[in-house]
Design a protein around this ligand. Sequence first.
Ligand code: FMN
Length: 183
Amino acid sequence: MQEGRIERAFTYFESGAVLLVTTNDGTKDNVMTISWQMVLDFVPHIAISTGDWNESFQTILDKKECCLCVPTFDMLEKVVQIGTSHGSECDKFERFSLPKAKAKINKAPLIPDCLAVLECKLEDYVEEHGILIFKGLLLWENTKKKEQRVIHANGDGTFFADGEFRNMRKEMGQWVPKGSERL
Ligand SMILES: Cc1cc2nc3c(=O)[nH]c(=O)nc-3n(C[C@H](O)[C@H](O)[C@H](O)COP(=O)(O)O)c2cc1C
């Protein structure tokens, strides 16, 4: 993976990709799956919705950081396995043969097989709705990866990959933020 322009980081999340969220609690790395995520602005701020049924949740509140990783469609099996097990039961990186790498700012690791990874710090927690709001600090990109399609969840145990692509940049005009162009 190589460092990328933070201006286009939000483009990896905007279409509603399923994410892998990595953490480190001071002794151990962990990873969970998140499909409830939302881009809030171009900075970028990104929100996820979660709660105390996940071990990663408390780690994020304690350490105030995580890495938001964007897996590709060929990783779907692992993404489901990660999201149906807990970090206290096993080392998910080992059990699911998931390579990891050191991040630059965060203690939470990168997942280099992913299309992109955003090193984030926790900025806000909306307790009533279990919403964690992150600010993206550093973008990592895997531009050479053959599979570029991300995973979309329907919420009923079925998933789909990105489909038809259309460039409407000319029509979008001023609504395309400077430096965001990626595809
Ligand atoms: C496809 C998929 C999507 C998920 N999305 C969310 C989500 O948006 N929010 C959430 O709190 N949990 C979600 N989960 C559940 C967590 O990933 C799961 O509880 C995980 O095992 C937590 O790991 P941990 O306890 O090691 O932190 C999802 C699971 C799957 C399989």
